[in-house]
Design a protein around this ligand. Structure first.
Ligand code: ADP
Length: 209
């Protein structure tokens, strides 16, 4: 089974990915997490991606497509989180899947009103070791991978200037994908403006047919 999570920044894709990948045995491919770890390791890709990411811009398609293509061939079932984000990327994914004789089973589109997104992002803090996501409002912070040393930080792109840029990029470059996947009849809209467990349950109902 191969799944795409589509939705604006802050809609909960990363949070639900953690649940879905373990519940359904899917390999979680988060382009944001991969890029952040490339940046931490100061690789060539990380150095190229850093300024785009920190300012809230998308990283150029050619870099992202190459990065994801390498991963796709490694796994039989994937959960794509943060990819594709442009029509170009979606078309490249279709080509790659055709070569591998695979297909996308579901695209879950996480729907959340814009005004709630900006608030959620400004409250978000993440673990530098394992990328677990928390909110400044949470009462306690425990990484799912039980990191010995939890290094909680606010992502550079969760600061106000970058948040508005990310929203702009999402509206102009990523929303055309809603139509793209709707036409293929594999897109399912999820009301992601609910507590985490309720969103998971809504997805469970679909996954369990
Ligand atoms: P969010 O979905 O919360 O905005 P991510 O962690 O998925 O955050 O992505 C953070 C940043 O990484 C994006 O703003 C962008 O700069 C870069 N990025 C991630 N995925 C892609 C992609 N598919 N294409 C281009 N840039 C990407």
């Amino acid at each position: 089974m191969n799944i795409i999570l589509l939705g604006p920044p802050g809609s909960g894709k990363g949070t639900q990915s953690t649940y879905l990948s373990s519940a359904y045995n899917l390999n979680h491919i988060s382009t944001g997490d991969i890029l952040r770890s490339e940046i931490n390791e100061k690789t060539k890709l990380g150095l190229e991606a850093k300024s785009y990411m920190n300012s809230g811009n998308l990283v150029p398609d050619n870099l992202i497509i190459e990065m994801v293509s390498k991963k796709l061939s490694l796994f039989s079932s994937v959960l794509l989180d943060g990819f594709p984000r442009t029509l170009n990327q979606a078309e490249a994914l279709d080509n790659e899947l055709a070569i591998l004789d695979k297909k996308i089973d579901y695209v879950f589109y996480f729907d959340v009103p814009t005004e709630n997104l900006v608030f959620r992002l400004s409250q978000r803090i993440s673990c530098k070791n394992c990328s677990s996501i928390f909110s400044k409002n949470d009462e306690q912070f425990i990484c799912l991978s039980s990191c010995i040393e939890q290094v909680l930080y606010q992502r550079e792109d969760d600061k106000p200037e970058a948040i508005s840029k990310r929203m702009e990029s999402y509206v102009s470059l990523t929303t055309p994908l809603i139509d793209f996947y709707d036409k293929k009849q594999i897109m399912i809209k999820i009301n992601a403006n609910k507590p985490i467990l309720e969103v998971s349950k809504e997805i469970d109902l679909i996954m369990q047919g």
